[in-house]
Write a protein that binds this ligand. Structure first.
Ligand SMILES: [Zn+2]
Length: 523
């Protein structure tokens, strides 16, 4: 520390090799074009020796540059503050420089013909500073100014404005950084009050109490999506029910997705897609009533995200019949191979008792046209098999999701960030160091949180699956049912029933299960 102060004090005031005033005045007499300049530098971190060397480098750079221009450096101003953009930081040398600029000479009596600075924003990080600096600088004619952007004419018309824009941008940048730092921290809006301008779908006009019908619609949608329903199906359902968005429009795909993905529904406060957290890093709970649990919300977000942009499992087509494409034709062709063509559902002829059937397409469409199954019995039988399988799976599901084992990692990362912020606030780290390190630790935190959310979602999905399989099945959409079927079955091979009006024979339907152990399921 002492060594460092020594370094800094050497870098302030009159350079060691500056000739006496009388000599400099004589030099000016002989060479009226010579410029006596002062330079300004700022050190932002008073904790580490490294920065003292940094400022030494700054001054050396300035000296070299001055020599290049044929300028004589007559005084050095060095401030030792935390950040020029933090209010109430008084920079002694900065103030002294303004005095000297206005007076036209340094304390030692040397004339001042110009200013040099390594970074222009060292001089003016606040509009007030810039204005005062410019006024002092232009108090005398013919001065030169150099900074890392090169030589600049501070007398030029418009420079003041240009400078102010620079200030404004620099200020905006600083504020943005500060905001970014705060965003993840306690200073962020943490009160959990509703900020929406409109009545959110699901809540009453007070934005706090639930509107039962809408809240129930959301709750059901969340559960359905977790268990395989698509956002499109929910959208269709909400349209049919005549629900309106907060702005009074019928729901569209995007607006439904927004409702379901908003943390508001589980009571959490969210700003720009990020959960607001308190100083203990817990999500801020809003003052409004929640519709689902946080766990359910994590799960529905994971489910929607997991399906990609379309938000729908397995493509956009909404199938009308349960087993279209799942049933495959088991007819033996002339060459001895199996047809294996996916069978398609269609409305049955009027004279039969059942509503639909499945058939292998005509030869021109790639099928053999050799297999036909009545829809009701086929659906019933396959549903029975799938439900048995689902029940067996459900019993095992919850046990299979391990606890999230990375709490310690998350805590450590949060601690790292807290320490970083603490040191920054105490001035032990400069802005650059802080903002260089912050994204690294924030990225780690973000990744860990995402991983944690995934685990919570998996657990929730597993619990969802253990619910009453039979009862749940009845309330599911065709798409949800198809999803569940495809989860456990690769396909069902349908063998042709032969000629004539024979009774339906389940032996002609052979399920191809996704896992070997399922083959032994009871029928
Ligand atoms: Zn076929």
């Amino acid at each position: 520390m002492a060594a460092r102060e020594e370094v800094i004090s050497k870098l302030r005031g009159v350079p060691a090799d500056l000739p006496p005033l009388a000599e400099v005045l004589a030099m000016l007499e002989a060479n009226p074009g010579m410029k006596c300049v002062i330079c300004y530098a700022r050190i932002s971190d008073d904790a580490r020796a490294k920065d003292a060397h940094g400022i030494e480098d700054q001054h050396r750079e300035l000296s070299d540059k001055a020599r290049e221009f044929g300028w004589l450096m007559v005084h050095r101003y060095t401030d030792n503050d935390k950040s020029a953009s933090k209010e109430n930081v008084i920079r002694d040398d900065f103030e002294q420089m303004l005095v000297d600029l206005a007076a036209g000479k340094t304390a030692g009596g040397y004339p001042v013909h110009g200013v040099m600075a390594v970074n222009d924003d060292r001089l003016y990080r606040r509009p007030g500073d810039w204005e005062r600096y410019l006024r002092a600088f232009t108090a005398h004619e013919g001065r030169v100014y150099w900074d890392s952007n090169g030589l600049q004419d501070l007398y030029a018309e418009g420079f003041e404005i240009k400078g102010l824009i620079g200030v404004a941008m620099s200020l905006a940048e600083t504020r943005k950084k500060q905001r970014r730092a705060r965003a993840s921290h306690r200073n962020r809006a943490i009160r959990g009050q509703s900020v929406s301008a409109w009545r959110p779908f699901g809540w009453e006009d007070d934005k706090i109490a639930l509107r039962p019908v809408e809240a129930e619609a959301i709750r059901k949608a969340v559960h359905d999506v977790i268990s395989g329903a698509s956002v499109s199906e929910i959208t269709q359902r909400w349209k049919e029910a005549g629900y309106l968005t907060a702005r009074g429009n019928l729901f569209q795909y995007q607006s439904v997705k927004q409702v379901l993905m908003n943390a508001r529904i589980c009571g959490y406060r969210e700003v720009n897609g990020e959960l607001v957290r308190d100083s203990d890093d817990q999500p801020i709970v809003g003052e409004w009533d929640a519709i689902v649990t946080p766990k359910e919300w994590f799960a529905v977000v994971a489910a929607i995200r997991g399906r990609g942009r379309a938000g729908q499992p397995g493509g956009k087509l909404v199938h009308k019949y349960l087993l279209t494409g799942i049933l495959r034709c088991g007819n033996t062709l002339e060459d001895g191979t199996k047809c294996n063509h996916p069978m398609k559902g269609q409305k049955a002829n009027e004279w039969v008792k059942y509503e639909h059937g499945y058939f292998c397409k005509k030869t021109v469409d790639g099928g053999c046209n050799g297999t036909y199954k009545r829809g009701d019995e086929t659906d019933k039988h396959i549903t029975k098999l799938v439900l048995a399988k689902l029940k067996a799976d459900a019993a095992a599901a919850v046990k299979d999701v391990p606890d999230w084992g990375r709490e310690d990692e998350l805590q450590a990362a949060l601690q790292r960030r807290a320490t970083l912020e603490l040191r920054w606030n105490a001035g032990e780290i400069d802005d650059e160091g802080f903002f260089r390190n912050l994204p690294v630790v924030e990225k780690t935190i973000k990744e860990l949180r995402a991983d944690q959310a995934k685990n919570i979602a998996a657990k929730a999905a597993a619990e969802e699956a253990t619910a009453d399989v039979d009862r749940e099945w009845k309330s599911k959409t065709i798409r949800q049912k198809r999803e569940l079927i495809k989860k456990v079955l690769h396909a069902v091979i349908a063998f042709p029933g032969g000629m004539g009006n024979k009774p339906f024979d389940v032996e002609q339907l052979i399920p191809v299960w996704r896992s070997a152990e399922s083959a032994a399921l009871p029928e």
